[in-house]
Design a protein around this ligand. Structure first.
Ligand SMILES: CCCCCCCCCCCC(=O)SCCNC(=O)CCNC(=O)[C@H](O)C(C)(C)COP(=O)(O)OP(=O)(O)OC[C@H]1O[C@@H](n2cnc3c(N)ncnc32)[C@H](O)[C@@H]1OP(=O)(O)O
Length: 155
């Protein structure tokens, strides 16, 4: 579906690619990969049993971690879109964002072992502040929603 494009996190420079949630250079991490698709972002992750909360459902900290990294990746992608930076033609993404605030609402238990789908939509960009709304779904059911304030780093 989106195999031709590079993931946003794969456009982070090597020295900034150790994030536990999404760094391509962290072999022990989740290596989440966020893709820009039109004006939305998407990522997938299938948790295994070690991320169990109540048997059969996924630990909320993992849900938050996935939303965190999908959120910062999405924010960087949306900021590039807003500045007409074509992500198809860059080796390193020129805008980087970190999380200032993350809100997670857990709607229903996230089922273990299913392929989870994360989606992101830009709400606003105001100076260095980028707000992104997210959902995390399993089999079409929204299990959690997330709202991130990501801050564009200077330099
Ligand atoms: C390394 C490359 C990685 C690039 C690749 C990274 C990959 C993965 C990242 C994964 C995601 C993470 O887990 S990141 C790790 C978790 N996050 C962190 O450790 C960040 C720790 N916090 C910070 O370093 C700092 O607080 C920053 C950078 C977020 C902001 O500091 P600053 O640069 O001095 O900017 P500051 O003026 O304070 O804030 C800018 C604007 O945002 C507002 N603001 C700031 N925080 C908040 C807040 N919690 N809630 C509401 N609003 C806030 C301010 O009022 C201001 O608004 P106004 O007055 O302008 O209106």
């Amino acid at each position: 579906m989106h195999h031709k494009r590079k993931a946003i996190q794969d456009l982070y420079p090597d020295e900034l690619a150790h994030c536990y949630g999404c760094g391509k250079n962290n072999p022990d991490g989740h290596q989440l990969k966020t893709y820009l698709m039109g004006d939305e972002t998407i990522a997938h992750f299938t948790p295994d049993e070690k991320f169990t909360a109540i048997p059969g459902s996924v630990y909320g900290g993992l849900v938050a971690s996935l939303l965190d990294c999908h959120g910062t990746g999405s924010a960087a992608a949306f900021a590039c879109l807003a500045e007409n930076i074509d992500l198809e033609n860059v080796a390193i993404i020129p805008i980087r964002c970190v999380t200032a605030s993350l809100k997670v609402d857990f709607k229903v238990p996230t089922p273990m072992g299913k392929k989870l789908e994360l989606k992101g939509k830009l709400r606003s960009i105001e100076g260095r502040k980028i707000l992104v709304d997210m959902t995390l779904s399993a089999e079409g059911i929204v299990c959690a929603t997330g709202e991130i304030l990501a801050i564009k780093l200077k330099d």
